[in-house]
Every structure is written in C-alpha cells, then in structure tokens.
Design a protein. Structure first.
Length: 201
C-alpha cells in the first residue's frame, strides 16, 4: 500500500510544479516582451539569457498575486494559457516601445546632426539595432541609457509595468474600465513623461 501511495504523491507534486511553472511563464511574459524591445536591454552586450533572467527576477515581487489570479481561472487549458502569454508578450512589447520612443528620437537627432556635419558616411555597427548608425547617434544613445539608469529610470519602468496590471489584468483579454484603471493610466502617463525627460537629460 505504501508503495502505491508514494508514486501518487510524486505525481501530485509534479503536477503542482508544472502548474506553477506555467503560471510563472504567463506572469513573466509581460516583462519578457519589455526586455525584447526596450533599448536599455537590447544591446548585444546583454544576451537573451540575461534578459530572460531579468524578466524572471522582476516578476517575482508580483508572482504570488498573479499566480493566485491565474489559478482562479475557470479555463486553465493549454490553449487559454498560451493565449494569455501571447497577450502579455504584446503588452510588454508595447510598453517597451513607448518607453523606447525617447531613445530612438534622440538617436535620430544624432543622425541628423551628423548629416548636417556631412560626416554621415562615418557609420559604425549599432549593437542595439544590429544595423549601421552614425557616431553621434550611438554616443547620444549610450548617454541617454546611462542617464536613464542613473536617475532611477529602471525604478520608474518597474512602476509602470506593475501599474499596467491594473489597466490590463493578466487573466483578461480586455482592458479594465474601472476608477483604479483610470488612475493607473494617469500614473503610467506620468511615468512615460518622466522617462522621456530623463532620457533627454
């Protein structure tokens, strides 16, 4: 009898770990999408393994709450969880795109400056875009990233992502139109403005 109970307990523990891993993958997808787009994380000096570790580490503070929400879903099929994961990836990529706009704008200004100085031909490989960029554009991009990190831009980024869970709940495919979501949207807008001002130096 004991020999039969042991495999049953192991099977139950394995199923629990599998469900926890699936919930963690869904919960970390938003931050993973952010790290795939945001210029601070897309440079070649930061490989995909490091970006994944950063996304996983930043998910830990909110994973307990998100996991409880996901476990209460009436439909926990693989199809449903995969759909939620793709939705989270797109939301994270959208946040990364909005946060990255000031950096790409500054790099474009650097390209214009070099074009006006008639040295646009002196291009180098950009490790972020995997393409050619002018010297001034690369310099401005690196300085903008340094200023962003120096002036607590990463903290503002985390605040924006964590606030976005109020506006875009992880368990739903639609936007939450609630007073809390309205406040979250205003907070997100202020964080975006802060990010733009910080990157602009």
């Amino acid at each position: 009898m004991e020999a039969l109970e042991l495999p049953t307990e192991l099977f139950g523990a394995a199923k629990e770990w599998r469900d926890t891993l699936r919930d963690f993958l869904v919960a970390s997808a938003r931050l993973l999408g952010l790290t795939l787009v945001f210029p601070v994380f897309t440079r070649s000096q930061m490989p995909a393994l490091i970006r994944g570790a950063i996304a996983g580490g930043l998910t830990l503070p909110v994973f307990a709450q998100l996991s409880g929400t996901l476990q209460e879903l009436p439909d926990r099929s693989t199809f449903m969880l995969t759909g939620l994961m793709l939705k989270e990836l797109l939301i994270g990529a959208g946040i990364g795109f909005m946060l990255g706009l000031p950096f790409w704008t500054l790099q474009a200004i650097g390209e214009i400056i070099d074009a006006q100085r008639e040295i646009a031909d002196s291009t180098q490989e950009d490790t972020a875009s995997k393409g050619a960029s002018s010297v001034m554009a690369r310099l401005i991009g690196i300085v903008a990233i340094a200023l962003f990190v120096q002036f607590d831009g990463l903290l503002a980024m985390c605040t924006l992502v964590f606030t976005s869970y109020t506006l875009f709940p992880v368990e739903s495919f639609v936007v939450a139109f609630t007073p809390e979501a309205r406040d979250a949207a205003l907070s997100a807008l202020s964080v975006l403005m802060l990010s733009a001002l910080t990157a602009a130096g």
